[in-house]
Ligand binder design. Structure first.
Ligand code: FAD
Length: 875
């Protein structure tokens, strides 16, 4: 698997800023649905907003959106059903909490958009007309002007902006292109460099500073030869965030829209989209022989999720040796088509196709970037002061593939959240006032001339397009590296900056596409045609480190959701395994702590660094090479597998013994049965034998904790309650043992005394009561979560009354606990409840049935027997 040999500069080559402004509290970049909504909301809560946009206000994907905006507006529909459809489309990689936010806040946000002036199509009795699109099981797509939804939303938002444009609280600059982000000495984002052309009162490149920057710069469609995205979609915001060190996630998940009008081989740039809504109204796909091919592929046939339809089209194109298929809408009739899809019909006719009489040639083309700048539920990126909204962000709502009409909704919902968060963070002092920073920009001479843009697009389309492979992504990367090395003949300016942004993103995207050895979401891996949940039910994130290398990390989704049972693994050894119930793979293995523990363990075993193994070094020749297996001697769940390679590397480095390769057969979190091979080692026999005890000590101890935790998790399965660990951990091993709890399917309570406040009886006594203790913690550490331990219902209610939102019910009987949980829920407050004290597996289900959220079990880490694991040299 290739590592990431990609270097990304700190900034683009650009003139030194000739002017500076610190007039705004917040800079919003982009004027699509995300940027406009954010700016309009923010101006009501902060002193001054600066909204900048690259060309004119209505340029961007928003104005092109056809189908509509999805929201559970029909009384028969529900956010829960919308959530379920969204999760299915996201193929296991959605962040369920982010989706919940989207679907529950969405309907209200759409109604507010209507109140603002957006005119959606209506039924005869005045209700918003709803239609259906691919992947939706209900009619929930609100549309405007038939197929001109985005245009209407854009118009309404821009009009709302114009109504307040004389307000000193907001300034709008068009033709203002953000080049890069500016950071302060603590790596907080403090502003942007900005190139203003033409009409703006300031000209050339300048520096604009603010407490926060919101990137709402849209997608990156122009990275491919053919896309539905407009010319401004050059990934500028994502690339600037990448260069500044923000975490970029799921970038390889590109959605290729299945039905883009095919205009012939040489056609490049923005291509006309034939909305899914046309299929929603009854159009269907046929191949060159007129054969319908979506039936039998999916329960929703022609209305299956986009990835399914795009894949089916690509397969049919391969089978028939053609570069397009056809969409048949003729039976819908001219009158209906003209009324329902006026823009599409006009666009097709202008290009020589009449949907009422002709089959429309269609093929998949780039449509949407499902990944982008990673954010939390408040739109905060990994860099303080930087927010991202809309298509340039990765909030987690789309997973590996966006559900149709969810992107306008995402921009709307998360813009409101960002506009609520920033003023609060400014008020609490988390975001400092706008201040000029000097000397943080760095120098760069890297630029790709705009005349190479088509070369870049071709490399990306062939390398990481809808069909990819190890070879194609590697060749694509090679071609992009060649482009990097070309001499720069053009002076720095919008065209070369945009092209270079595409280059930076293209290189990272290609690396991630190459690493993902499976088919998921919008693309097909021709060399790995199946989805692989065991290895790849995870996100890939990229961060550029201070030495400018793009480094990749992987993480599993917070609550993975799989719908295709053939991809989950069956039970093993009486314990449930990976798949829909428990994720397998990496769970943020604590590398630093592991390395510290390994060094200490080797000191114990070998003597002070470097130490020695007198038996092995004396009896085994240094040049002898052997293979070995790490094998389970009992049924259980493995944890700590990443430590194996780290132990053998540490031994070989300390003692100068030969190298050993490690191939992992079973990842952390997976269940094993006695006799299963967990990993294979090959290399210097000395290193293998010297490392043996240390690696087995770590692996068997952590696997014991994971196995014990899994028994609890299985016992609680279906109750909605989770098992939690405590601080009763082996000194020095806390991070690793808590990691093993996560691998087992449990969760961590707190890492130590520093990250969560826990008010127990002694604190209440010493502080003078629960209110006094709670207030004291809040005053001293306002950002820290507070948990309060109680022994009666009355105490629980008292704690909630003073503000507590996490209640630990200590040593209660099942009956008392049930009554306490009922009393807590009756308050209507959102309170998490934990049962603690003296819990055993025998009573776990009864306690879970009381409705608590967590059961805390110190025994997970203080009393788990090891899982028997051995290392055997092969004959
Ligand atoms: C043809 C088409 C049809 C679609 N149909 C639908 C649909 O029916 N339903 C749906 O939900 N989604 C649809 N989408 C997707 C949806 O339109 C977009 O995902 C969404 O509008 C993105 O909104 P945004 O505000 O994030 O970005 P955009 O609307 O793309 O706006 C980005 C803004 O950022 C500005 N910008 C970019 N770079 C810079 C820079 N360096 N400096 C300053 N400004 C910059 C741009 O000029 C623009 O103003 C469609 C997309 C297309 C292309």
């Amino acid at each position: 698997m290739p590592s990431a040999p990609v270097r990304v500069p700190r900034c683009l080559s650009a003139p030194t800023p000739g002017w500076t402004t610190t007039a705004a509290d917040v800079i919003v970049v982009g004027s699509g649905i995300a940027g406009l909504t954010c700016a309009l909301q923010l101006r009501q809560h902060v002193g001054r907003v600066l909204l900048v946009t690259k060309t004119v206000l209505n340029e961007g994907s928003t104005a092109w959106a056809q189908g509509g905006i999805a929201a559970a507006l029909d009384p028969e529909d529900s956010p829960q059903e919308h959530l379920e459809d969204t999760l299915v489309a996201g193929v296991g990689l959605c962040d369920v909490e982010a989706v919940r936010v989207l679907v529950t806040e969405g309907p209200q946000r759409v109604r507010e958009l209507v109140a603002l002036g957006a005119e959606f199509d209506r039924t005869d009795d005045g209700e918003i007309k709803l239609t259906r699109e691919g992947g939706h099981h209900r009619d929930r797509i609100a549309h405007a002007g038939g197929d001109a939804t985005g245009k209407e939303i854009s118009r309404a938002l821009i009009e709302a902006l114009r109504r307040v444009v004389d307000d000193p609280g907001i300034e709008v600059i068009e033709h203002a292109l953000v080049v890069d982000l500016l950071t302060d000495e603590e790596d907080r984002v403090a502003g942007t460099t900005l190139h203003v052309i033409g009409e703006g009162q300031i000209d050339g490149v300048g520096a604009a500073y603010a407490s926060a920057v919101v990137l709402a710069t849209g997608g990156l469609g122009q990275i491919y030869t053919s896309t539905t995205n407009p010319p401004v979609s050059t990934g500028d915001g994502m690339a600037a965030a990448l260069r500044a060190g923000a975490r970029i996630t799921d970038l390889e998940f590109i959605q290729f829209h299945p039905t883009v009008l095919w205009l012939g081989e040489g056609s490049t740039g923005q291509q006309p989209l034939i909305s899914e809504a046309v299929r929603g109204e009854g159009a269907f796909l046929v191949d060159r022989d007129g054969v319908r091919f979506m039936q039998g592929q999916h329960e929703l046939a022609d209305l299956a999720p986009r990835d399914v339809v795009a894949r089916a089209i690509l397969a049919r194109m391969r089978e028939t040796g053609t570069d397009h298929v056809f969409l048949d809408a003729r039976h819908l009739g001219a009158e209906f088509l003209e009324e329902r899809f006026p823009s599409i019909v006009a666009s097709c006719r202008s290009l020589g196709f009449d949907p009422a009489t002709d089959l429309l040639p269609v093929a998949p083309a780039q449509h949407y970037a499902s990944g982008g700048i990673e954010t939390d539920l408040h739109g905060r990126s990994s860099l303080v002061g930087l927010y991202a909204c809309g298509e340039c962000s990765c909030t987690g709502v789309h997973g590996a593939n966006r559900l149709a009409s969810n992107s306008l909704l995402e921009g709307l919902v998360f813009a409101h959240r960002i506009a609520a968060d920033i003023p609060a963070r400014i008020a609490s002092g988390h975001l400092p006032a706008a201040r000029e920073v000097v000397g943080q920009r760095g120098e760069s001479h890297e630029l790709l001339d705009s005349r190479h843009r088509l070369d870049l697009q071709r490399a990306m389309t062939a390398g990481s397009g809808p069909v990819r492979s190890a070879d194609s992504t590697a060749e694509g990367l090679e071609r992009l590296a060649e482009l990097c090395a070309l001499p720069v003949l053009e002076s720095a300016g919008p065209k070369s900056w945009e092209t270079t942004n595409l280059l930076h993103l293209g290189r990272v995207l290609s690396v991630l596409a190459g690493r993902r050895e499976e088919t998921r979401g919008g693309h097909v891996r021709s060399d790995f045609p199946e989805r692989d949940d065991v290895r790849w039910l995870r996100h890939q994130s990229v961060t550029v480190t201070p030495d400018r290398f793009a480094t990749i990390s992987e993480s599993t989704p917070a609550a993975p959701h799989l719908t295709n049972s053939e991809h989950s693994v069956g039970p093993s050894g009486g314990l449930s395994v990976g798949g829909s119930d428990f994720p397998v793979g990496e769970f943020d293995f604590p590398v630093d702590e592991a390395e510290r523990v390994i060094e200490a363990a080797l000191d114990e075993d070998l003597g002070a660094d470097p130490g020695r193994d007198v038996t092995t070094l004396a009896t085994i020749p240094a040049e002898q090479l052997r293979e070995a297996v790490v094998v389970a001697r009992a049924d259980g769940v493995v944890a700590g597998v990443p430590a194996i390679a780290r132990v053998v590397d540490a031994v070989s480095e300390r003692l100068g013994t030969g190298c050993v390769d490690v191939v992992v057969e079973i990842p952390d979190g997976a269940a094993v049965q006695r006799g299963d091979v967990i990993a294979r080692l090959s290399g210097a026999t000395q290193t293998i034998l010297i490392a043996e005890r240390t690696l087995l000590n770590i692996l068997s101890r952590l696997s014991g904790v994971a196995t014990h935790t899994r028994r609890w998790a299985d016992e609680l399965g279906g109750s909605g309650a989770m098992v939690l660990d405590t601080r009763k951990t082996t000194p020095g091993l806390r991070a690793l043992e808590k990691y093993a709890v996560r691998c087992g399917g449990g969760t961590n309570k707190r890492m130590g005394l520093y990250d969560v406040a826990m008010i127990k009886d002694n604190h209440k006594l010493a502080a003078g009561g629960v209110a006094a203790a709670y207030d004291a913690v809040r005053a001293a550490y306002p950002g820290v979560d507070v948990q309060v331990e109680v022994t009666t219902s009355a105490e629980a209610l008292e704690a909630i009354d003073v503000g507590a939102r996490f209640i630990m019910c200590d040593n209660m009987s099942v009956e008392l606990l049930r009554a306490t949980v009922d009393a807590i829920r009756a308050t209507g407050e959102s309170v998490e409840v934990e049962a603690t004290g003296g819990l055993t597996l025998e009573v776990a289900a009864a306690y879970a049935a009381t409705g608590v959220d967590y059961l805390s079990v110190g025994g997970l880490t203080h009393s788990s027997p090891i899982l028997d694991i051995a290392l055997d040299l092969e004959e």
